[in-house]
Write a protein that binds this ligand. Structure first.
Ligand code: ADP
Length: 490
């Protein structure tokens, strides 16, 4: 593989072949750090969507009937090829998504782990025998859903293909992937690697395009299930659209996660974790801990320390190994961050640091934003309630455990929550009472392919990760076999 501009694959991937879109239309993929056009990418039309889905439909039964060892082999080989191409994929992801290269390397390696894990899952999906009645054999079958549409956002391109594709493929489904339009390129690079790994033609199809055209056409098409990650607003639209013909849907949506710091915690570690969770990938992740709930008795000391650490962070060229914060994804995203920061100030919150763009030498057209910490925030302000998707933190003090739990839950979202404490009873109480699908104690943002998670409240529907995710890509069937002499009669 290579990542020179001329070799970047930017066409649709349907039936094992790269092709232009049916009307020849393209859209630009930009490097957010420089503003330069990285590639003109084929824009899938609704005819392309239908062709991709029909191809996936045709290829699926053979994939479902392939020996399990063969499915496992393709997924494991994909993991090996991702590992063998870590450098090339990381450079492409960094240029396309504006992320620091060091983050990309770790995330590409992490993506390989998902393929590796689901290679094993493909041979471990089990059904149950249920002891319903002595003269009956009652068992379940898990059969593939069929054709799965996966629609992914721009913030973690490759990792999200890792979270979606191998679980669906392990379950025997075929997939049509619509990657986010801003960084679509590593989806096509991955398709090329999967073909090399021996994935049969048509089992994976990749159709870049804009959300309201290509994405909406895919949701309306003849797919059996939609696995979506993205904003809560678009998730609601997709669920409504899919609801008309009852397509199965899983949604992994937005978040507004609390990090709760108690005075009894190790404050050095808590500050490191609290900084990481609101700044990693410029705050552009759904599980970012963007509400800092801090015990009143340590508020000034802790917030002061955090602000000092935020000011030390190196914001700069994503291609530079020492960069800690890269570029924000797009101008639209920058406008959104600036709008929220303005609204925070208008509503009476006070920025202690940040609240401004950064100009990086040599990348004057790049989109960089300084980590921002607000105090004097009240829980009903927009900056405390809504997902910003930028490195913007709201500090909310509390003075009792009850108040901390109340503040943690006083938000529409329920994706993740973190607590920093050395009191085990407090940690366990919090883990039970917080309304979130993932709870972190003395850490933040951990993720592993074998660990299932789900969004609560407005953060989602269904499970990602773990054997449970592969099961969610199947249909459950119950079989009753009468081994006795009696049959139901009137
Ligand atoms: P983000 O801004 O985090 O990428 P979005 O929810 O806007 O989140 O987009 C996530 C994905 O959903 C992208 O691939 C986008 O193109 C797609 N999308 C946006 N609108 C629609 C829609 N109406 N129907 C289907 N997909 C959509």
């Amino acid at each position: 593989m290579t990542t020179t501009t001329t070799d970047i694959e930017s066409r649709l991937f349907i039936d094992g072949e790269f092709a232009e879109s049916s009307d020849g239309a393209t859209f630009e993929s930009l490097n957010p750090a420089s503003g330069a056009v990285l590639s003109n990418v084929a824009h899938a039309t609704s005819a392309d969507v239908d062709r991709a889905v029909a191809t996936a439909r045709r290829a699926q039964p053979q994939w479902a009937d392939a020996p399990l060892a063969e499915r496992a082999r393709v997924l494991r080989k994909t993991a090996e090829l991702i590992e063998a191409n870590v450098d090339e994929l990381s450079v492409l992801e960094s240029r396309d998504a504006g992320k620091p290269i060091s983050d990309c390397r770790a995330q590409v390696a992490g993506t390989a782990q998902w393929f590796d894990f689901f290679a094993d899952v493909s041979t471990h999906l089990r059904s149950d025998v249920i002891p319903s009645a002595p003269d009956h054999l009652n068992y379940t079958l898990r059969q593939p859903m069929g054709v799965v549409a996966t629609i992914t956002p721009w913030n973690y391109p490759l990792p999200l293909y890792g979270i979606k594709l191998p679980a669906a493929l392990a379950a025997g489904d075929s997939v049509v992937l619509k990657p986010a339009e801003q960084p679509p390129l590593t989806a096509l690079a991955l398709a090329r690697l999967m073909r090399e790994a021996g994935l049969p033609d048509g089992v994976l199809n990749v159709i870049p395009g804009l959300g309201e055209s290509t994405g909406a056409a895919l949701v309306d098409s003849d797919v059996d299930m939609i696995s979506f990650t993205g904003s809560t607003d678009v998730g609601r639209k997709i669920a409504a659209q899919a609801g008309s013909d009852l397509k199965k849907v899983t949604l992994e949506l937005g978040g507004k996660s609390p990090s709760i710091v108690f005075a009894d915690s190790d404050l050095d570690k808590a500050a490191t974790g609290a900084l990481f969770t609101f700044c990693v990938h410029q705050g552009q992740l759904c599980s970012a801990g963007t509400r800092l709930l801090v015990e009143d008795s340590i508020r000034d000391e802790f917030v002061g320390r955090l602000v000092g650490m935020a000011e030390e962070l190196r914001v700069g060229d994503p291609a530079d190994d020492s960069t800690q914060l890269g570029a924000v994804m797009s101008q639209e995203q920058m406008d959104r961050i600036e709008g929220y920061v303005e609204s925070g100030i208008e509503q009476g919150a006070r920025p202690l640091t940040g609240a401004e763009r950064v100009t990086v030498d040599g990348l004057e057209n790049g989109l960089f934003y300084r980590p921002t910490v607000f105090e004097d925030v009240s829980t009903d302000m927009k900056i405390a309630q809504e997902e910003i998707f930028g490195p913007v933190l709201s500090v909310l003090p509390f003075s009792s455990d009850d108040e901390a739990v109340g503040l943690a839950n006083d938000v529409l979202y329920g994706l993740a929550a973190g607590i920093w404490t050395n009191d085990l009873r407090r940690a366990h109480r919090f883990a039970r009472e917080v309304e979130a699908g993932i709870v972190y104690v003395n850490t933040m943002n951990a993720l592993a392919p074998w660990s299932p998670y789900s969004g609560w409240k407005q953060s989602g529907l269904g499970v990602e990760g773990g054997i449970e995710q592969a099961e969610s890509f199947t249909k459950l069937k119950t079989v009753w076999i009468n081994l006795g002499d009696d049959v139901p009669s009137l």
